[in-house]
Design a protein. Sequence first.
Length: 554
Amino acid sequence: MGGREGRGDWPGGVMAALLGAALVVGVFGLAALNPWNQGWLLAGPLGPDPVQLWLGWSYFRASPWLLPPGANPAYGMELGTAIYFADAIPLLALAFKALRGVLEVPQYVGPWLLACGLLQGYLGWRLVGLATRDPLARVCGAGLLVLQPMLVNRMAGHTPLAGQWTLLAALLLACTPVEARERPWRRGLLWALLLATTSLIHAYLLAMAGPLWAADRLRRGRPGLLPEVLAVPGAVAAALWAGGFFLLRGGHDGGPGHDLGGYGTWNFDLLAFFDGGLWSGLLPDLPDPGHWEAGSSYLGLGGLLLLAIGLLALVQRPRPIPRRLWPLLAALLGLLAFAITPRVTIGGAGGTILALPDRVLAVAGALRNAERMVWPLAYALLLGAMAAMAHRWGGRRTGWVLLALLAVQAVDLRPGLARRHALVAGAPAGVPPRLFDPFWDEAAGRYARVRAAPAGNMGEGWESIARFAASHGMPTDSIYMARVDAAAAAALRDKVADILRSGRYEPGTLYVLRDAESLALARAAADPRRDRILQADGYWVLAPGWHDRSPAGG
């Protein structure tokens, strides 16, 4: 993508890629890169998202191929949809499932993070190369694009969003001048490949990269317009279909059961770039809106100094933004406005200043974590500052300044990097057990599937129940998924309540009773001569037909 590189430039690209890889290895260590090391994902400190990914992939890789290819009904049963909504990087899930029998990959998160580091560094190097050919400036500039809290924070939790190299690739396409002899279809083909790939990584990244394509398409005018506006959305739709995105009929806005708020809850604070939070060792923790994403948009002291020096360079030697980049600027400002949301805050203070219709809020709620939408602008600002410096002082001087800023960035972010490292340090290599009562192993030999009553997304004990079920190849509706159809969840709760009330249990089904009402229904209808109700590892369980001589698995 982008302009052509000189034959002698490749060592700088390799160095920049290795900087990205060094960040991943430094934070996570070599053990996490081993596909057979699963324990670091499941030990607990990284939160529920890596567990969700592991569970989705564990079911998906063992299930038969269906249409669409991303369908994954065993993880969720009636609530199950697709690998897409397990946030399991469908791009890799589909590829590795296709290779099963030839190559078994218990976890691909570690290799994914390494690839993200490599690509982030390399594409950062390519982008800085649009402003200067100086090797030091390009490598150190790429280093500053790698060493960003908004990237590292996602690596240590919601790992698909570590694929921010897709945003750098989109910026590269949107900023690279169109060559006089460039065929109109070539740029469209590159965008189609990029956005289809991005679609199979994460929907948030697609929502950020899509407007950058629209901006680039606008600045290139009419040549190749019709084929591209058909091919790019078509490629995206095909990728989403393959990943199973369209299997979810409702609940794209999160819906009941998530309790994470809607659009406006996770807003970008106007001081977010300056909020050192838990990342900085040199700048203070500023007041913030209080949501989980707050603090992760900090640019680092090196990044903030870069913006200040870039502004100084621009004042000393003004350079207007080329007209060809005006659509890109409009797209970036549009993403910023979406990220701020109607709930405008400064240092956490403020509130809603613009009332939006409920329909608009519901649609925007599909991207409820709006603060993330500022990532393309953050990268563009850093790159713009580097370009202004190179224009004012030349590439060589800019390179030395960027080297100093990269050192400042590394020193400033040491507390945040150390915290992320501590999350995985000493984690076991194997899958840590969650349930220890001998009952569970015996039940696994007698039952074919596991239900959790009442059904719901992230219900009580979801992880322990789902890990037990996954380890024994038993479908379950005890899940955590990025999106769940609220209507389907309500219907399933009513269905299971009727089953428990009637005592006409589904063949081969073990029921974990997660609330007092479900327990009361089971006690009222169960036949003690045939069925067993017990408590194991703190969970109430109904084992229909336990006292029968024949296995209940059916």
